[in-house]
Design a protein around this ligand. Structure first.
Ligand code: GDP
Ligand code: MG
Length: 772
């Protein structure tokens, strides 16, 4: 609990002091040291400050300051003791009371966050340490919220948080604000600043901002393998000393250096680390004088800024930071401070003809360059040269597109053709299981349920597990290698014409896997208009759940052009989404979109570990869905087709007479124009929950043999189009509501997609009929 929560007369043991460095130092000097007892002498509800007794001295703290001191109270200790009778872990010392023991246990619990540029390898390190399986990808914007994990190491328990990547901590983008807010409000014990060793300058810029905040940091010099390979030399020790933060080289792909990193964190926590110290990033004489001037005005307040260092507030004021302005406006001498700021800004402008904001940025880069000059020796740029050569081909103005298409085609070719073998095996196994059960059970409703409902339904979808895993392996590989970022880059031009950013293409690509994370990934698009449009068109991107439906249909109706047909379906999705984007940006969502820089990370050989991990994760998710959603849906579809039951009817007539037959017949008139019959209608309705259910329903309704459906090639094709475009699954709709903040947009998406599905399949069908 926090010190401020203690009541008069209570005692507690101090666990840690949070807040920025300067504040911490002052408090510690007053005697608030971890492991010491503290007693509350007077804490009246409306009385500020509160009086305490530490180390036999009386000191008073403001309530807000006391909030930043974590303590263990007697009650907490008693409760803990009853919950953990045999307190293992850290060995107890003689005569130690429970309060002190718990305080020690808590001291051994550290909250650690990963902060760094996009693509610096934060998630990779996080995964290695926590054993989690979060998504990594070689482009920015893959991690959009804080992910939490745990790690036990050397008698310490670490709570790890993976934050979204940011280039800076100015309050411009949602991620920047999010990360800054997180650091300030959650008081992590230490921040792991992950920097990309192959791009030090840009990465260290963020480091300088963290230094301004005066929060405890350690630097993980990630991608150290690349630095080593490049032959460039970095004096790591010296750089660490210059920055006042220990630096540990790491390789996120293999986990090299991760133990050392956490070892150093423990050293810092125990106060044994020598390099960790607070430094000031020197902004040059002119700026430093202004920073200090504003700072003195801020300091006139009695600790207005327990959470913020005064220097940080001052620098941010010079940068015209809105959020910090808001904080300062609450101070008593707000006007005085802001006037001083105005004056300083004017003076800077007069002196160097530059506004203070860019002057500070320049100064920070200058600082970084200075540090680099002292510690970094460039030998060659082998890696970048490779990247340059590959890029000359794959992002070529003309060749870029056919290469992109060829790669996509190859991906679908493998998905279908290689996937065919394991698919046949699983299919045979499912068939065998059905026969076994059939021979073994006596006739009746239960037998029908198991064979026609469960085995047909779940089995009909489970056979696609290999295909989905292959598709995922490809997507993962392309993401990790950096090719997807290029794909986005070459699409940038086209996307701009559609009123979107190239950046929108990344969530769209993620949509091939699953639409839901793709919709979340739109968070990285700053521009509101582009973001909303992207969200609305993502459901048109063919996610992997639609794959089983395509494969069922294609195997039955297009066996000779399988890969091509599959490729076509995906292409239709992309083309139509791009078309809709144009329509939306023209007619539905008004506003200008602002230009944005696309970033091209260097190519990296994807690690087998990361690719296979993703593929397996996806496979696991799919299997889980089989055991839950699809199982329930299959049983429901079976039940609806079994009841009301008439023993005397033939199987087909029974189905027509059942509830499901009635539903299907009811909507059949609507979809007849697309060449579809009532059974397809039923499958479409069932698929609203999850699109795999379309496939499982078809399997149940056609007893696993779709060729008997009486569909023509044309109507089968129209059916695929319908499945591709219609109603996004319910979780996707909820995702849209969540991200856009309005049900309106979720409903709109559901409506327009279904309507377009109907219109387009009707057009295709009618034209097809006319042409014979
Ligand atoms: P994040 O955006 O900071 O979370 O970065 P990710 O963890 O998603 O990693 C970005 C890319 O860099 C992925 O393709 C990783 O496989 C790759 N990567 C991560 N760490 C290393 C490393 O130490 N060396 C190399 N060569 N690649 C790495
Ligand atoms: Mg990440």
């Amino acid at each position: 609990m926090r010190l401020s929560e203690l009541k008069t007369g209570q005692t507690a043991v101090i666990v840690r002091v949070m807040g920025h460095g300067g504040f911490r130092k002052r408090i510690v000097e007053m005697g608030f040291i971890k492991g010491k007892s503290v007693e509350v002498l007077l804490n009246a509800p409306l009385h500020d400050p509160v009086k305490y007794k530490v180390m036999d001295y009386e000191v008073s703290l403001r309530r807000a300051e006391a909030e930043l001191v974590e303590v263990v109270s007697e009650e907490e200790a008693k409760e803990w003791e009853s919950l953990h009778p045999n307190q293992k872990g850290i060995p107890a010392e003689e005569h130690e009371d429970v309060m002190h023991r718990l305080a020690k246990v808590k001291e051994h619990e550290l909250n650690v966050v990963f902060v760094g540029n996009p693509n610096s390898g934060k998630t990779s390190l996080f995964n290695i340490a926590s054993g989690a399986h979060e998504r990594v990808g070689n482009y920015s914007g893959v991690t959009v919220d804080a992910k939490v994990g745990h790690f036990d190491f050397e008698s310490y328990h670490f709570n790890l948080v993976d934050l979204p990547g940011t280039y800076s901590l100015s309050a411009y983008t949602p991620e920047e604000l999010y990360v800054r807010k997180y650091i300030i409000e959650q008081h992590p014990d230490i921040i792991i600043n992950v920097i990309d060793a192959s791009n030090l300058e840009r990465n260290l810029y963020l480091t300088t901002q963290l230094i301004d905040m005066d929060v405890p940091i350690i630097i993980a010099l990630n991608m150290y393998d690349e630095l080593r390979e490049s032959g460039n030399v970095l004096d790591i020790q010296q750089l660490g000393i210059l920055l006042g933060a220990p630096i540990v080289p790491t390789v996120g792909k293999t986990g090299e250096g991760v133990h050392e990193l956490f070892h150093q964190i423990i050293e810092i926590a125990e106060g044994k680390q020598k390099t960790a110290r607070h430094i000031h990033v020197n902004h040059g004489v002119l700026l430093e004088e202004k920073i200090e001037r504003i700072e003195t005005f801020i300091r006139k307040n009695p600790e207005p800024h327990h959470n913020y260092s005064a220097r940080f507030l001052s620098i941010k004021l010079l940068e015209n930071d809105r959020q910090v302005e808001g904080i300062v406006k609450k101070l008593d001498n707000a006007k005085e401070i802001l006037d001083e700021r105005e004056l300083c800004q004017k003076e800077i402008l007069d002196e160097i003809q530059e506004d203070s904001e860019s002057a500070i940025t320049d100064a920070k880069y200058g600082f970084v360059q200075g540090a680099m000059k002292e510690t970094f020796k460039k030998v060659q740029r082998y890696k970048r040269l490779m990247t340059k050569r590959i890029d000359a081909v794959v992002t070529h103005q003309i060749w870029g597109y056919p290469i992109f298409l060829a790669l996509m085609y190859f991906m679908f070719f493998c998905t279908f053709n290689i996937g065919q073998y394991p698919m046949d095996w699983i299919d045979a196994a499912v068939g065998w299981l059905g026969e076994m059960v059939g021979a073994w059970m006596t006739d009746g409703a239960l037998k029908d349920l198991i064979i026609d409902g469960i085995i047909s339904g779940v089995g009909g979808v489970i056979v696609f597990l290999p295909n989905i895993m292959i598709l995922y392996a490809f997507i993962s590989w392309m993401e990790d290698s950096g090719y997807m970022a290029r794909a986005a880059f070459i699409m940038d031009k086209i996307m701009h014409r559609m009123g979107l950013h190239g950046k929108s293409f990344i969530p769209m690509i993620m949509g091939f896997g699953c639409n839901i994370p793709a919709i979340m990934a739109t968070r990285t698009i700053e521009d509101r208009k582009s973001r909303l449009i992207t969200m609305l068109i993502i459901p048109l991107i063919s996610c992997s759940a639609r794959l089983p439906v395509y494969i069922i249909i294609i195997s039955a109706f297009f066996p000779h052009h399988a890969a091509l047909t599959l490729f076509c379906m995906y292409l239709i999705g992309i083309v139509f989404s791009v078309f809709m984007a144009k329509v939306f940006s023209r007619f539905v969502i008004k506003g200008e979109s602002s230009p944005f820089v696309m970033e091209l990370p260097p190519y990296r050989m994807p690690s087998m570990k990361s690719v296979s991990r993703h593929t397996w994760e996806k496979g696991k998710q799919y299997l889980k869905k089989m055991g839950t959603t699809i199982l329930v849906a299959s049983i429901a579809v079976w039940a609806l087709s079994y009841f009301p039951h008439h023993e005397e009817l033939s199987e087909d007539m029974q189905m027509e007479a059942s509830y499901i037959g009635q539903i299907g017949k009811f909507i059949e008139p609507v979809i007849r124009s697309c060449g579809l019959q009532w059974k397809e209608g039923v499958a479409l309705i069932a698929g609203i929950g999850a699109k795999e259910i379309v496939a499982s329903t078809m399997s149940v309704l056609y007893h696993g043999n779709i060729a008997t459906s009486g569909m023509t090639t044309l109507s089968a094709f129209c059916f695929m189009i319908f499945v591709l475009l219609y109603f996004p699954c319910i979780p996707t709709c909820i995702g849209i509501k969540h991200e856009s903040g309005k049900w309106k947009w979720a409903c709109f998406t559901a409506l327009y997609t279904t309507l377009s599905a109907w219109i387009i399949s009707t057009i295709v069908y009618q034209i097809g009929i006319l042409c014979g």
